[in-house]
Ligand binder design. Structure first.
Ligand SMILES: Cc1ncc(COP(=O)(O)O)c(C=O)c1O
Length: 284
């Protein structure tokens, strides 16, 4: 059965939502997106997602005509239409159709799409045993906190991980510093301290990352945002990834190196638990 999609103010079928072959999102990745998880028909911190989208679009010079309250209504309506309680919601905004060439000044009509589908949460095994990562040979291209429609570096890194029999890849930036996972931010635990790459590593400023920092502060755990070297990964007591879809995911192996003897550590478990409790309290 065809899914109901939101496109430019209307709820339409998947077929009607199709974009032009000349859409700049399709041609150049000229647009941004947001992904959220739906929890029993509720969402966690939609306002932060919309704020990140809005400020990114402002930098790209793409006007956004839909506000947060409207997006909340749209996503709720999509959950209803598509019978989604637990799943994923995605918002996509592109610059629309313009002339060939990079500037795209003639593109006057941005495309705003939203979709929502049922999807089970990641397998419990990933949380109980942790996942295996490689450090990718791909370098993260500087995107200065834009959740851009171009994920080529991340796709190549994920393919490299898959070919190596791993679950995911950790990406370094052009300075060779640890940046993030392919669709997540990264944290290291050293003693009682949480360490995460600072914004100068040109990471995406994750909504989940911010929530974990907030939770750590509430529990009086020191959080250090700094440059993280590849070597730090191999000296960490624990490593975990954070994202809206997967929440807090333990990394128990990096290449041939076992992290915390190949088992999720206590701080990671604490953050998994605290994050889930936060979602239960706040999701609306
Ligand atoms: C490259 C990248 N970094 C980090 C994240 C985590 O961001 P958030 O916690 O806002 O989902 C994502 C999420 O998709 C991502 O794609």
């Amino acid at each position: 059965m065809s899914m109901t999609i939101y496109r430019d103010g209307k709820f339409v079928s998947e077929e009607e939502a199709a974009v032009s072959p000349f859409d700049r999102g399709f041609l150049y990745g000229d647009g941004l997106f947001e992904t959220l998880r739906c929890y029993d028909g509720k969402m966690f911190r939609l306002d932060r997602h919309i704020e990140r989208l809005r400020s990114g679009l402002e930098r790209l010079g793409i006007p956004l005509s839909v506000n947060e309250a409207e997006f909340a209504g749209v996503l709720r309506e999509l959950m209803k239409h598509n019978n989604v309680a637990n799943g994923v919601a995605r918002i996509i905004v592109t610059r629309g159709v313009g002339e060939f060439g990079l500037l795209g000044k003639q593109a006057q009509q941005p495309v705003v799409l939203a979709a929502c589908w049922s999807q089970p949460p990641p397998a419990p095994e990933r949380y109980e045993k942790g996942i295996q990562c490689i450090v990718s040979h791909e370098r993260l291209s500087p995107k200065h906190d834009l959740k851009s429609l171009n994920y080529m570096g991340q796709i190549l890194a994920r393919r490299e991980a898959d070919a190596a029999g791993a679950d995911d890849a950790i990406l370094l930036n052009h300075h060779g510093h640890v940046a993030e996972g392919t669709t997540s931010n990264i944290f290291l635990v050293l003693g009682r301290e949480l360490i995460t790459p600072s914004l100068e590593a040109e990471i995406l400023v994750g909504i989940t990352r911010a929530a974990v920092i907030e939770l750590a502060h509430a529990e009086k755990l020191p959080v250090v945002e700094r440059i993280v070297h590849q070597n730090d990964l191999f000296h960490a007591d624990e490593v975990f990834l954070t994202s809206s879809v997967a929440e807090v995911v333990p990394v128990t192996r990096i290449g041939s190196h076992w992290v915390h003897l190949g088992r999720p550590g206590p701080m990671t478990r604490e953050m998994m638990r605290a994050f889930q409790a936060l979602v239960r309290r706040e999701a609306k």
